[in-house]
Design a binder for this molecule. Structure first.
Ligand code: HEC
Length: 178
């Protein structure tokens, strides 16, 4: 066996070891599976970088809807029915949003940096998330549950979470859900 062949066999053997160790780690290494487990190293970055790139490639350039009371009230109704259970109401956090991993952020709460919910994100970005969902997180894809208009209405509402809303929208939004 010449050197080149030996080197090649060694290389192939090393390649085979990678999946073997990978499997052994998954089966016996106790990787995180429960909500309270510590995340994988760089887990947040590994998820955030491709998601950000994909959304910014695909999100529409602008919203087709006018910002008016009718659209905001409709958005509030959708939010109350389809989103509040995980994302909370204005003065009432979701009982189980915080017990998910990753947790469902409270979309009416002021974060440490002073931003309320996703009001600092472009409405088109929120629309993408509502339409397509966020894989492996529990955030559903609403494209087969809501119409295009409804997805824009609820996204518009969330983009204004830091502003005063029409009274009717606030009432509909905060109606007790159970
Ligand atoms: C079953 C629970 C659940 C429901 C119902 C749900 N979401 Fe989510 N949502 C999540 C989770 C969990 C995340 C966090 C994903 C992550 O960390 O990447 C999320 C993330 C989001 C985000 C991104 C937040 C951010 O900081 O970027 C938006 C916007 C959002 N949801 C909007 C909605 C809207 C609008 C609805 C209703 C039409 C809805 N969600 C319904 C669980 C839910």
């Amino acid at each position: 066996m010449n050197r080149l062949t030996a080197g090649f066999i060694g290389f192939v053997a090393a390649l085979l070891l990678i999946p073997t160790f990978g499997y052994l780690f998954l089966a016996f290494g106790n990787p995180p599976v429960a909500v309270a487990d510590k995340p994988f190293p760089f887990e947040a970055q590994i998820v955030r970088i491709p998601r950000h790139a994909r959304i910014h490639r695909e999100m529409p350039k602008s919203s087709p809807l006018d910002q008016n009371d009718a659209n905001l009230v409709a958005g509030a109704r959708i939010y109350n029915q389809d989103c509040a259970a995980c994302h909370g109401l204005q003065d009432q956090a979701s009982p189980f949003g915080k017990t998910m991993y990753p947790r469902a952020p409270d979309l009416w709460e002021k974060h440490k940096n002073g931003v309320v919910g996703v009001s600092d994100d472009p409405v088109e970005e929120t629309y993408w998330k509502v339409k397509n969902g966020i894989r492996l997180t529990g955030m559903p894809a609403f494209q087969s549950l809501l119409t295009e208009t409804q997805m824009w209405q609820v996204s518009m509402l969330l983009s204004l979470a830091n502003k005063p809303l029409p009274i009717e929208a606030t009432e509909v939004l905060n109606k007790p859900t159970h």
